[in-house]
Design a protein around this ligand. Structure first.
Ligand SMILES: C[S@@+](CC[C@H](N)C(=O)[O-])C[C@H]1O[C@@H](n2cnc3c(N)ncnc32)[C@H](O)[C@@H]1O
Length: 300
């Protein structure tokens, strides 16, 4: 961060607006990446400043014009220092991430929710899912954000949250409880479908790891705070997606479908399954590589 010492900065910056501007400038100077749920450095610093001051995240910017107490300034400095000097994403500093319009608890045990599947959940997967699904599986669930948001969108459904990481499942359990969905939700420790033998679902949702091993280390510093097993998927980034597409049919009920995300790896997935007619969804809120495929279109 800037050469000016912490005390000088705390003495000089008087208002919330001062801190948002300075934080964004420092983010740019340090070449920090805003890819974990925010579009710009200004968005991130404004969110963080409001959080420290205990203001609602959508409160008017007018409230940031007031002068701050010295303790408040010191607390904002500490939070910005964590974000900029340590490259720690905002969601890990605040312990919360918003996904599909809902807050979820997150910490370093889970990936920070940011899947474009959130946009589809808010539209109840229309027009891809015509009938409300009774059984939903969120495979590679992490914090549980995708499955829990889907379970809220389809109040009659039951949900299975599956992940190989016991740490991630502990966070998913916490979020399940926070939304009062324990009765409808089962958490399963599973290597992809392995522990789900004999189960069938109307809707399988998945945002699996899909970053090639050699590319994980080249990602911006922020990603080093996330669990590596949430990102890395073999030499070519396709180890998990390949297994999921190859095995999904057995776990889909008649008329069910698989909706998944592979980011920039659409060509690789199509090349791996030339006979599968994936439908690639146009996303209004950004992101890429989200596909839907029906049970009878998947390999036997
Ligand atoms: C990209 S993260 C997605 C997390 C969450 N669905 C989301 O969108 O925020 C992938 C998740 O897959 C889990 N995972 C990695 N390998 C797995 C495997 N073989 N079987 C099941 N889950 C696995 C990781 O623990 C991580 O939680």
């Amino acid at each position: 961060m800037t050469d000016a010492g912490a005390q000088t900065v705390i003495d000089v910056l008087e208002t919330g607006v001062d801190w948002v501007r300075w934080g964004a400038s420092e983010m740019h100077r340090a070449d920090r990446c805003s890819g974990h749920g925010f579009n710009t450095a200004l968005d991130e610093t404004a969110f963080l400043v409001r959080h420290v001051l205990g203001l609602p995240r959508d409160s008017s910017p007018d409230w940031l014009r007031g002068r701050l107490l010295r303790d408040e300034r010191a607390a904002i400095y500490d939070a910005l220092h964590e974000r900029i000097a340590d490259a720690r994403p905002v969601a890990y500093i605040t312990g919360e991430a918003w996904f599909a319009g809902m807050p979820f608890h997150v910490d370093e045990r889970v990936l920070i929710p940011r899947s474009p599947l959130g946009e589809l959940i808010q539209q109840r997967f229309s027009p891809w899912v015509a009938r409300a699904p009774e059984r939903i599986l969120d495979l590679c669930c992490g914090s549980g954000c995708i499955g829990l948001a889907a379970a809220m969108a389809f109040p009659e459904s039951t949900l299975v949250l599956a992940d190989l990481s016991p740490d991630a499942l502990a966070v998913a359990a916490q979020n399940t409880e926070a939304y009062g969905l324990e009765e409808r939700t089962t958490l399963v420790e599973s290597d992809l479908f392995d522990a789900l033998e004999g189960e069938q679902f109307d809707l399988i949702l998945t945002n699996p790891p899909y970053v090639p091993r050699r590319e994980v280390d080249a990602l911006p510093d922020e990603f080093a705070h996330e669990p590596r097993m949430g990102l890395e998927s073999g030499e070519d980034g396709m180890e998990h997606p390949r297994r999921i597409v190859a095995e999904a049919r057995r776990y889909l009920a008649d008329g069910g479908c698989l909706i998944g995300e592979v980011g920039a790896w659409r060509p690789e997935l199509e090349a791996a399954f030339p006979a599968v007619p994936f439908t690639w969804i146009d996303l209004e809120q950004g992101g890429e590589g989200v596909f839907v495929v029906r049970d009878d279109e998947l390999p036997r």
